[in-house]
Design a protein around this ligand. Structure first.
Ligand code: BJ8
Length: 425
């Protein structure tokens, strides 16, 4: 990214020299992990372009939206019903939190044994590195895990926040609580944007976001082919970019990518040789630019065929019912859809186990890698049940706990290679 954006970054209050350092590392990392791949689809050029402009063109678009009196709303969790933001003519961006940079600043106010994702979003803000956070008129937090909800109490000293209370169970009373929180969020969005959310606007927003989910579902179906027509790394990137690109443009581009993929599937053209072990990832979300483990896996003689994660199928599997025409019915349809999310923050959480086993079978995965961030209790503890459920289905599992540092790459590689050898046999 060139100097043409420096004035914009200065205006946003970024630390320019630290930010330059971040972009340099990101560019290098991206080149090694992404651009070095063979037989990449032509349609991935759009994703390369978006990523190369992640702090440039997209931020410029957000600034233009602000100038047109639109509000920018940042989120950290797929539980936040973004349809309400788009319905009020706002712009919703998923804040990434996938890099270690800013960790020292974060550790000044958070315990060191906090998950890397939380340290990352706090660190990005404190070290003045993220033009997305600086563009936000409101950041939405949620009471999912303890680490996040306590960190938000500190974070709100730095950014305007709205925290949604999310249930931990799925009984009728929990649904009622969630519905009241969705309505409170709707009022907040109406207040901040100064726009009333009508049935017509919400219906349009539901279709807009459903269409994005449909394109990602289509991609997931196509990538399941054998031989595998696209790398897991590339699909992860597509999912990551879905959180901050313009949804209509993104949907169009992903459908074009799927058209190209269809041709590849028909011609039985794969990116790896047939018979290479097929692995599925399951667990914590991998936010941009967290590509470490997928890279390790795909350079260890395996290919990734699915992600059971919030930056993966947990976010795209369910659609909002489009058959409802009145506002109250649409709110209920939103509540129903979001309550189907099977985050490990729920207890008990049998749906997730069913989804993992079902997905692994459907994808003909030879094994599953359970990925959890260190100190993430919901996912590290739930890994036990995931392992048991997969064992019953005869599918091997490798449990990985890691963070965003590069220190354990060699150790991860040794463990992943041994697992690949095991499933190959
Ligand atoms: S719906 S997975 S996006 S909460 S990794 S911060 S859980 S200690 S990210 Fe998540 Fe919403 Fe659930 Fe999805 Fe806490 Fe774990 Fe850290 Fe986590």
């Amino acid at each position: 990214m060139d100097d043409k954006y420096t004035a914009m970054w200065e205006q946003l209050g970024l630390d320019i020299s630290a930010h330059d350092g971040l972009l340099k590392v990101l560019g290098q990392f991206y080149g090694d992990i992404y651009l070095s791949q063979d037989k990449r689809l032509k349609g991935m050029e759009y994703l390369d372009f978006v990523l190369s402009e992640v702090h440039g063109l997209r931020i410029q678009e957000l600034q233009k939206a602000k100038a047109a009196e639109k509000k920018i709303i940042g989120t950290f969790c797929v539980f936040v019903p973004e349809e309400l933001v788009w319905a009020a003519d706002g712009v919703c961006v998923g804040l990434c939190a996938g890099a270690e940079i800013g960790k020292e600043s974060a550790e000044k106010i958070l315990p060191r044994n906090t998950c890397a994702l939380i340290k990352s979003f706090v660190g990005f803000k404190l070290a003045k590195l993220c033009p997305y956070i600086e563009s936000c008129d409101l950041v939405v937090g949620e009471t999912t895990c303890d680490g996040k909800k306590k960190a938000y109490e500190i974070f709100e000293e730095y950014v305007p926040m709205h925290v949604m209370e999310l249930p931990q169970m799925k009984r009728d009373a929990d649904r009622a609580l969630f519905k009241s929180e969705v309505l409170r969020f709707k009022s907040k969005i109406e207040e901040i944007t100064g726009r009333q959310i009508t049935a017509e606007r919400l219906g349009g927003a539901i279709r807009l976001i459903n269409n994005r989910r449909r394109a990602l579902q289509r991609l997931n179906k196509l990538r399941a082919g054998s031989p595998c027509p696209i790398s897991g790394r590339d699909v992860l990137l597509v999912n990551q970019i879905s959180f901050y690109d313009d949804p209509a443009r993104f949907t169009e581009k992903i459908n074009a990518l799927c058209d190209e993929l269809e041709g590849r599937v028909k011609a039985e053209e794969g990116i790896v040789e047939n018979g290479m072990p097929r692995l599925m990832m399951s667990g914590c979300p991998m936010a941009v630019p967290n590509w470490k483990l997928p890279y390790v896996v795909e350079s260890s003689g395996a290919v990734i065929v699915g992600e059971e994660s919030c930056i993966g199928t947990r976010n795209t599997r369910d659609l909002v019912d489009e058959g409802v025409k009145n506002l109250g019915g649409m709110i209920d349809a939103l509540v129903d859809r979001y309550m189907r999310i099977d985050c490990a923050c729920f207890t008990p959480n049998p749906e997730r186990l069913e989804h993992i086993v079902g997905m692994a079978k459907e994808l003909q995965a030879d094994g599953v890698i359970h990925y959890a961030l260190q100190f993430c209790h919901p996912y590290t503890v739930e890994a036990y049940k995931v392992e048991k459920a997969l064992e019953k289905a005869g599918i091997p599992l490798l449990r990985i706990e890691t963070d965003y540092s590069m220190e354990d790459v060699e150790q991860l590689k040794t463990r992943v290679e041994a697992f690949v050898e095991l499933v190959r046999q």
